[in-house]
Design a protein around this ligand. Structure first.
Ligand code: UDX
Length: 417
């Protein structure tokens, strides 16, 4: 594995679990040292145990020479963040290619999400280097489970790299999932199109939620009724305050940008992005409905991470909300079981609290941003109600028991209900 971030580490540990000897190389010496001591630097359920159990088959190193000497397949797992133009920044991928020197007996297996056409362009420049596209579909919080039980594995190769692709496909055979063999550009497109489609599903249900609020329908019931149609499917139909994370926002804008660069205006994705942006801001109106102007109001944000079971705050709705609330003059306090410290610099002047109750104490309103299970277990009718200055809750994930909260005297606002 070249690049031991979240994707590289999960993939390395899972391949080790399948019995392979894995070399994981990163340029950050501190990270390599702490991983060698068995310390996993991110919150991912099951990963520390996997790293510990397979310590004998996992070597963390900064030394590219050692990797080139020992490894047969080089998985490129570096990140490809968006640039100001919305294109993907491929500088780290280029650095990996540079570090390979003029090796021709290896294959690069691209796990990093790259623009469609990247593999072809690398192939043109690096004749003789094998190239296999093998996009990852892991979800943060369930990455180990997703790796071991994939819906499918995509392996893309062009002429000349077929033998390398066979070896990559063979690595995944024990998992028993369908292996989709394609050309490189199609494999690259499968990754971007899959994430764009899932984001579209979320923005679609969020718009149905917004219309349901006006027309008196309940989006939870609507999603249940829609999702049982196998052509639609029930997953990714949960309305909320918008999608975030390191992949969806980046990949949707990368695909839109790629289309634009090729002369095609991808109208649907333009709307998907806009709906998502507006969705985060609708919470402000819901708070104003109950509190009037938000100046000097104390607002508690429950959850900072972009979803539960991760400490990742990239593109999290909490960051936008905290900034918007402060813009309206509110005082913001936040609590998250694992992610708040990661985000402290991005939360403006928000007060970071050590518990949900501390955040709720004296608050005029609570906004549930991330559906951490502990928030459903709070004693809303008792202690929370007694401690809040006014009992107003905006449930950004339709996660709390609406009827119980209303019965306890809360002004409860969900999404699309
Ligand atoms: C996503 C893809 O699912 C994964 O295949 C890819 O490899 C990386 O990007 P991830 O970013 O970990 O994974 O998160 P995911 O669980 O897909 O959720 C993304 C966002 O969508 C979260 O903010 C989540 O809260 C939101 N979401 C998800 C909804 O708002 N509604 C839903 O129904 C599902």
């Amino acid at each position: 594995m070249i690049g031991v971030g979240w994707v590289g580490l999960c993939t390395a540990a899972c391949f080790a679990e399948l019995g392979h000897e894995v070399y994981a190389r990163d340029i950050l010496a501190d990270k390599v040292e702490s991983l060698t001591r068995g310390e996993v630097p991110m919150h991912e359920p099951g990963l520390p145990e996997l790293v510990e159990r397979n310590a004998g088959r996992l070597t963390f190193t900064t030394d590219m020479g050692e990797v080139l000497e020992r490894a047969e397949l080089l998985f490129c797992c570096v990140d490809t963040p968006p640039t100001y133009s919305g294109d993907a920044d491929l500088s780290r991928v280029e650095a990996v290619l540079g570090a390979l020197g003029d090796s021709t007996h290896h294959a690069i297996v691209m796990k990093s999400t790259v623009p469609v056409g990247t593999g072809i362009s690398i192939g043109r420049r690096r004749e003789g280097l094998g190239y296999v596209a093998n996009p990852e579909f892991l979800k943060e919080g369930t990455a180990v489970e997703d790796f071991m039980n994939p819906d499918r594995v995509v392996v893309g190769a062009n002429d000349g790299s077929g033998a390398f692709a066979d070896r990559v496909a063979a690595l995944y055979e024990p998992l028993g999932a369908p292996i989709v063999r394609t050309d490189v550009a199609s494999a690259e497109m499968i990754k971007l199109a899959s994430n764009a489609f899932l984001a579209t599903k979320i923005s679609f249900i969020n718009e149905i939620a917004n219309v349901s609020e006006e027309l008196g329908a309940d989006v939870k019931e609507v999603a249940r009724g829609m999702g049982l149609d196998e052509r639609i499917g029930g997953k990714f139909l949960q309305a909320g305050i918008g999608y975030g994370g390191s992949c969806f926002p980046k990949d949707v804008s990368a695909l839109k940008q790629l289309a634009g660069n090729s002369g095609y205006h991808f109208q649907l994705l333009t709307a998907v992005i806009e709906v998502n942006e507006l969705q985060k801001r609708r919470t402000i109106g819901k708070l104003q409905k109950h509190l009037g102007p938000l100046v000097n109001r104390e607002v508690a944000l429950l959850g900072v991470a972009f979803k539960p079971d991760t400490d990742d705050v990239r593109e999290a709705a909490s960051l936008v909300l905290a900034a918007r609330l402060q813009g309206e003059g509110a005082n913001v306090r936040v609590y998250d079981p694992v992610a708040a410290t990661n985000a402290s610099e991005m939360l403006g002047g928000a007060r970071i609290c050590g518990s949900a109750l501390e955040a709720l104490d004296g608050a005029h309103a609570a906004v549930l941003v991330t559906e951490w299970p502990e928030f459903a277990e709070l004693d809303w009718a008792g202690e929370v109600g007694a401690r809040m200055a006014t009992p107003v809750v905006v449930d950004g994930r339709n996660f709390l028991d609406r009827d119980a909260l209303r019965a306890a005297g809360f002004a409860y606002e969900g999404i699309g209900r």
